[in-house]
Ligand binder design. Structure first.
Ligand SMILES: NC(=O)c1ccc[n+]([C@@H]2O[C@H](COP(=O)([O-])OP(=O)(O)OC[C@H]3O[C@@H](n4cnc5c(N)ncnc54)[C@H](OP(=O)(O)O)[C@@H]3O)[C@@H](O)[C@H]2O)c1
Length: 313
């Protein structure tokens, strides 16, 4: 018999929790099925049937697209997802570097494919999703919108070209790739999008106003897609790193004084490693995180929650 929850909620509908038969012999574990929600359709019923615990921590049989997988955070994400059993497709602009990575992954036994693509280019984006569709028979479980770039300048010095480059590479690309990938994610019946945002989408960073605005836009898109595509059982989350040791930031961190300032406002007192971002991305793609959507999680050694901590106190 169902338990009507109208009295417990302000939502204009009746939620009925039907006890399900436990999948283990342990009668203490109760499983409930939600028969009506404002977003989910019948195919996307929330179920807590954990028949096989190991499946919750595996990406076996899943397909993934990771943009910008030849270096840095994207490279770590490709290896993390492939290591958990996913078939991965990736892209980058530099063909030689991409081919070198593909050979390396093959030698390591990872199932990774890829093609050249500049995600700031509309035609390239359409070709990329066509390739992914062909490779994975029209179905995609995981989309990691990872590519992003930076141009550090005070607002007064930003040219219209700088502005267009940042918008096209960081925001227009992820918006359009998500649009193009939507039918494939829907076809998988269990889709997950993860955006690589940045702490610059939360707090003000020097000379990063436009870059920060693109990441702020990604943060809002993360939440909107989480609601709009929940009916298709597609989740949408973002990770927001602070300084991670990659080719993108090595030049700026070569400056010793600047590096000291970075460390002084990072409670953990060190830079992050790409694998410390890729582990969170993988978690957000795993069935184990199936009730998490619309979240932007900082991977920042505590930088964004740090208030006033004088160094010489
Ligand atoms: N590293 C950090 O401290 C940090 C902090 C916060 C946020 N993030 C974010 O993390 C993401 C990855 O950054 P990263 O530090 O790993 O960068 P990275 O080391 O420079 O690697 C970037 C990767 O993306 C590819 N790429 C760049 N532009 C591309 C384009 N237009 N089309 C296709 N592929 C492209 C690069 O290959 P090609 O050059 O061959 O195209 C490379 O594989 C970005 O969104 C960045 O904003 C990084």
């Amino acid at each position: 018999m169902g338990i009507p929850l109208r009295a417990l909620t302000t939502l204009p509908l009746t939620l009925t929790l039907k006890p399900q038969r436990s999948c283990t012999n342990n009668a203490k574990i109760h499983h409930f099925q939600l028969t009506k929600t404002p977003f989910a359709n019948k195919n996307a019923l929330i179920s807590c049937k954990h028949k096989n615990q190991s499946n919750r921590w595996s990406l076996d049989g899943m397909t993934a697209l990771v943009t910008g997988g030849t270096r840095g955070i994207g490279h770590a994400i490709v290896e993390e997802l492939a290591g958990l059993g996913a078939k991965v497709y990736t892209c980058a602009r530099n063909e030689a570097e991409l081919n070198k990575c593909l050979v390396g992954w093959k030698d390591e036994g990872f199932a990774v494919m890829g093609s050249v693509c500049d995600v700031s280019n509309r035609v390239d984006r359409a070709k990329l999703i066509g390739n992914v569709s062909d490779a994975f028979d029209g179905s995609l479980n995981i989309l990691v919108n990872n590519v992003g770039t930076n141009i550090r300048k005070p607002v007064a010095e930003i040219t219209s070209e700088d502005f267009s480059t940042l918008m096209a590479t960081n925001f227009e690309s992820v918006f359009h790739v998500s649009q193009l990938a939507y039918p494939l994610l829907k076809a998988s019946k269990a889709g997950s999008i993860v955006f690589t945002s940045s702490v610059s989408g939360f707090v003000s960073l020097k000379s990063m106003s436009v870059q920060g605005a693109t990441k702020g836009a990604i943060n809002q898109l993360t939440k909107n897609l989480a609601c709009e595509w929940a009916k298709d059982n597609i989740r949408s989350n973002a990770v927001a790193p602070w300084y991670i040791k990659t080719s993108m930031v090595e030049q700026v961190l070569d400056n010793k004084e600047y590096m000291e300032e970075v460390l002084s406002c990072t409670p953990l007192g060190r830079l992050g490693d790409p694998t410390e971002v890729s582990s969170l991305v993988a978690f957000l793609c795993l069935p184990a995180s199936s009730y998490i959507t619309g979240q932007i999680i900082c991977v920042d050694g505590g930088m964004t929650i740090s208030g006033f901590y004088p160094r010489n106190d």
